[in-house]
Structure formats: structure tokens, C-alpha cells
Design a protein around this ligand. Structure first.
Ligand code: ADP
Ligand code: TYD
Length: 209
């Protein structure tokens, strides 16, 4: 039986999730765990190309095309990377996964949530995170932290990000056993401790069965 784990990091832009994902990755490596970290979109040649198309291109992209492009990148990441790594027992850390699509394309862009769910399911083929951290910050705080560069989606502004944030919180409410909501406004070091405590529980649970 594969005993890999999938841990995802979610939140609006500037919520601090990438910082925490990297810190956890380094700690797991230090403790000699088999562990990998990927960001979405990315992690495969197709995913990196999709990233350039989606994030660095000034032209408008229709919302359905956007949904399908993020999902195409994810389908490749699942097929080529995540599935084999979970099979070998790896702890896979993902900076964004399906909850990003639900929050940004569903709640943010307003695409029908059933359609978003179907596309998410098609891309992931039954793979679900064992644990998800949702770093919750206000839209203003997130955008302020991300001041230095703004990609195409971040340029949507505060109102859009607030819709995305509320979408994330709704997702978390609907799946409290999986999603841990973390107050992202706290100090980096405090957040690191909270994340580690939850991950330790997950990994200990794994060794008991
Ligand atoms: P995200 O991946 O959610 O967009 P990052 O982890 O890249 O966010 O962080 C965005 C910015 O905020 C970076 O400059 C980072 O150093 C800073 N940052 C991250 N976590 C915190 C925190 N807990 N408090 C204050 N600033 C933070
Ligand atoms: P990125 O530079 O990785 O942002 P961050 O550092 O904040 O994570 O860009 C990812 C952007 O793409 C971000 O604005 C969220 C958006 N996104 C979606 O809209 N839908 C998705 O399914 C994914 C994975 C990302």
C-alpha cells in the first residue's frame, strides 16, 4: 500500500503560504524524509509553459480557457509526478492545488461551482490532499505583501481577492477534517510551529497503521 502523503498550501496571493511550504520542505529533508515540493502551475514541462501563458501574458484570457489551462497543467503534474511519488511513499508538498481553482475560478471568476468540481476531479483522478493549510489574510494585507511584482491575476485587485478569500473560507468550512485554517497575519516563526505540529500528527498517524 502506498503510504505517501499529499500536503497542500493554499491562500490568496501574499498570504505567506510559499514561505511556509519552503520551511516545511527544508525541515522534512533535514529529518531525512523522502519529500518533494512543487508549485502550481508548474512542475512539468507543460506546466511551466502554461505558467508563462497564464501569469506573464498581458492579453485577456477567457475564464473558461483559464480554468482549463490551470487544470491541464495540474492533470500533467498528477499523472507524471504526484501519482508516482505517492506510490513510492514520498511526502509531496504542493504550493496550490484544486482549492486554488475552486477559490479563484469558482468564487473569484464566478464559474459554476459544479463545473469547477468536475474539472478538478478530471484533473486529479481521485487524488486528494491528506492535509491542507489555508493561510488566511485580508485581501489588503495579501496585496500589500505582494507589492513588488503583480502578475495578471493579482492585478484583479482587492475586491477580487476578497471574493477568493471568502471562497477559500467556504471550502474550509465544508471540509474541516482536511483543511486547517491558519491566521496568516502572525509571525513567520509562529506559523512554522503550528504547521509542524499538524504535520507531525499526520506523519505519526501514518506510522501507527
Ligand atoms: P504567497 O506564496 O502566499 O504569495 P509568500 O510566502 O511568497 O506568499 O510571501 C509574500 C511576502 O510576504 C514575502 O515577501 C514574504 O517574505 C512575506 N511574508 C511571508 N510570511 C509572512 C508573515 N507571516 N508575516 C509577514 N510577512 C510575511
Ligand atoms: P504565483 O506567482 O504562484 O502566486 P503566489 O506566489 O501568490 O502563489 O501565481 C499563481 C497565480 O495563479 C495566483 O494568482 C493564483 C492563480 N491560480 C488560479 O487562479 N487558479 C489555479 O488553479 C491556480 C493553481 C493558481
Amino acid at each position: 500500500m502506498p503510504n505517501g502523503k499529499l500536503i497542500t498550501f493554499e491562500g490568496i496571493d501574499g498570504s505567506g503560504k510559499s514561505t511556509q511550504a519552503k520551511i516545511l520542505y527544508e525541515r522534512l529533508l533535514e529529518e531525512h524524509h523522502d519529500c518533494e515540493l512543487f508549485r502550481e502551475p508548474g512542475g512539468t514541462p507543460l506546466g511551466e509553459q502554461v505558467r508563462v501563458i497564464l501569469l506573464n501574458q498581458p492579453e485577456k484570457i477567457g475564464i473558461i480557457a483559464e480554468l482549463l489551462l490551470f487544470s491541464a497543467a495540474r492533470a500533467e503534474l498528477v499523472r507524471l509526478v504526484i501519482e508516482p511519488m505517492l506510490e513510492r511513499g514520498c511526502i509531496v508538498l504542493l504550493d496550490r492545488f484544486t482549492d486554488s481553482t475552486t477559490a479563484y475560478q469558482g468564487y473569484g471568476r464566478g464559474i459554476d461551482l459544479e463545473l469547477v468540481k468536475s474539472v478538478n476531479d478530471a484533473a486529479t483522478q481521485g487524488i486528494k490532499p491528506d492535509l491542507t493549510f489555508l493561510f488566511d489574510v485580508t485581501a489588503e494585507d495579501g496585496l500589500r505583501r505582494h507589492d513588488r511584482h503583480h502578475d495578471r491575476i493579482e492585478q484583479e485587485g482587492v475586491q477580487f481577492m476578497e471574493k477568493v478569500r471568502q471562497g477559500y473560507l467556504t471550502v474550509a468550512k465544508g471540509d474541516p477534517a482536511r483543511v486547517v485554517v491558519v491566521d496568516g497575519g502572525r509571525e513567520v516563526e509562529d506559523l512554522t510551529i503550528e504547521v509542524w505540529n499538524k504535520v507531525e500528527v499526520l506523519l505519526t498517524r501514518n506510522t501507527l497503521f
